[in-house]
Design a binder for this molecule. Structure first.
Ligand code: PMP
Length: 481
């Protein structure tokens, strides 16, 4: 079904022709996904999986409105942005309208990495400084320039070393980080201040020895670091230090933007700050490669004043812009931010409920449809339950639910589903997780060669607008599965 060769042949060709560094999910038994509809993905046998991790398929896999917009524009023209076209200016205006002043000048690119690379270039040109502060465990992209500021990929055996102009500040993780809730303070603001003061200290040192800080780059909620929600007041104070030092603040919204947090369109708004440069990508094209950098007129002016043209062959092409406009239409028309808030709160409170039942759950945190469940073998010592987390992810896959794990110890279960996720989906996810954790037992400890019975989960009735999307996709010739 929907495949041009049997799975074993795909595996064979993949091993032969695709770089081994490009890793598959579930390496020993990879999934072959041939179709996606709303919050579901289908393998080559027609088996359906509930997708709880794909934050790129923001408005649902293959949303008909987005597909149609891409198809239409493809059949008209796709060219570079040296010609006038309405889609690019409409998209720019719509994005700027979602952002606070003075963020009002857009550059369109093709990926989150490119967006962050351009953000850094803008910051360098504007401040004429070089030093950058990033957070521990952060990931900002795969380009050479981005690996330099991504501790997630730095100093690994055989990997690149951290350059001297990069300064790594502690991730504001109040559960496992340097300053912890309860142990160090019961007050969020106090913890926010402690973490932000580290940024102030780095600024001081850099200005004395090295001629100053160019930029602070951070996700407003750190995803790769393990679904981290910074304490109140953290970014506000951190941004103040950076600006006092003459640097600019870059908010990487590549994962957490476009309403995922439910309460706001952009995650930085949850910390009540206004960055100097915002980068966005992933959900922006619902799977199509389109990304953007939005900055202030002042920074954009410094960039233009260099006299060097900024040209990006595909950045801002009419097809990408039509698709991004269609994604914005769906977010608005299907009120997906409201849904992220409602379903996200439900998911979070159900996960909180599980925490009371399973000692393996050390922490539950999240905002909207961005949720993390941290597994520990001992709540007192907070020892990461890495083996258990791996086991849970694999068992959930057997139950046809796709989740992933992250964090420096790979012990944080991550939920960041398409925004069409329903309360029924959340219930199915949590009920199944409950059963999988029960199988492990209250005092479960790592055991080699663990074998567990595979059970089949009855699939709940998904309702709400995603049902309409599925119906509509079915009408467009999708085989019923
Ligand atoms: N920033 C963040 C926070 C990301 O998670 C990623 C991708 N995982 C990127 C940037 C890079 O985006 P891309 O893969 O589109 O280049």
């Amino acid at each position: 079904y929907l495949q041009s060769m049997p799975k074993c042949e795909t595996i064979e060709k993949r091993e032969k022709y695709i770089g081994a560094a490009c890793q598959l999910f579930f390496r020993s038994s990879p999934l072959k996904i041939v179709r996606g509809i709303a919050q579901f993905m289908y393998d080559e046998t027609g088996e359906r999986y509930l997708d709880c991790i794909n934050n790129v398929a923001h408005v649902g896999h293959c949303h008909p409105h987005v597909v149609e917009a891409g198809r239409n524009q493809m059949s008209l023209i796709s060219t570079n942005n040296r010609y006038l076209h309405d889609e690019i200016v409409v998209l720019a205006e719509r994005l700027v309208n979602t952002l606070p002043a003075p963020l009002s000048v857009c550059f369109f690119v093709n990926s989150g990495s490119e967006a962050n690379d351009l953000a850094l270039r803008l910051a360098r040109v504007h401040t004429k400084k070089k030093h950058v502060i990033t957070l521990d465990h952060a990931y900002h992209g795969h380009l050479t320039s981005m690996i330099d500021v991504s501790p997630y990929k730095l100093n690994l055996p055989g990997g690149p070393e951290k350059p001297e102009w990069v300064h790594v500040a502690s991730v504001p993780d109040v559960y496992r980080g340097k300053y912890q809730y309860t142990r160090d303070s019961n007050c969020e603001e106090e913890l926010g201040r402690l973490y932000a003061d580290e940024i102030g200290k780095i600024c001081n040192e850099a200005s004395q020895e090295n001629g100053g800080i160019c930029a602070f780059i951070a996700e407003s909620l750190q995803s790769c670091g393990g679904q981290i929600i910074p304490p109140d007041g953290y970014l506000k104070r951190a941004y103040e230090y950076i600006r006092e030092a003459g640097g600019v603040c870059i908010a990487d919204e590549v994962q957490v933007g476009f309403g995922r947090v439910g309460s706001h369109m952009w995650a930085f708004e949850t910390q009540d700050v206004i960055p100097d440069i915002v980068t966005m990508g992933k959900p922006m094209g619902n799977g199509h490669p389109v990304a953007a950098v939005i900055t202030t007129p002042e920074i954009a002016r410094s960039f233009a004043d260099t006299g060097i043209e900024y040209f990006n062959t595909y950045g801002g092409n009419p097809v990408s812009c039509a698709i991004a406009n269609a994604v914005l239409d769906v977010i608005e028309e299907e009120r997906l931010m409201e849904r992220a808030n409602r379903v996200g709160n439900h998911l979070l409170s159900r996960c909180e409920g599980l925490k009371h039942k399973h000692r393996l759950i050390g922490d539950v945190r999240g905002r909207g449809l961005f949720v993390g469940v941290e597994l520990v073998t001992d709540r007192e010592t907070r020892t990461p339950a890495t083996v258990e987390a791996k086991h849970v992810v694999n068992r959930m896959r057997e139950e046809k639910i796709l989740i992933s794990r992250d964090g420096p110890d790979s012990n944080v279960l991550k939920f960041k589903p398409p925004m069409v996720f329903t309360t029924q989906d959340a219930d199915r996810l949590v009920d199944t997780l409950d059963r999988v954790l029960l199988e492990l037992g209250g005092d479960w400890m790592p055991m080699p060669n663990l074998k567990l019975e595979v059970r089949v989960t009855p699939i709940s009735n998904e309702v709400e607008t995603s049902e309409a999307v599925i119906q509509s996709s079915m009408k467009q010739g999708v085989k019923a599965m």
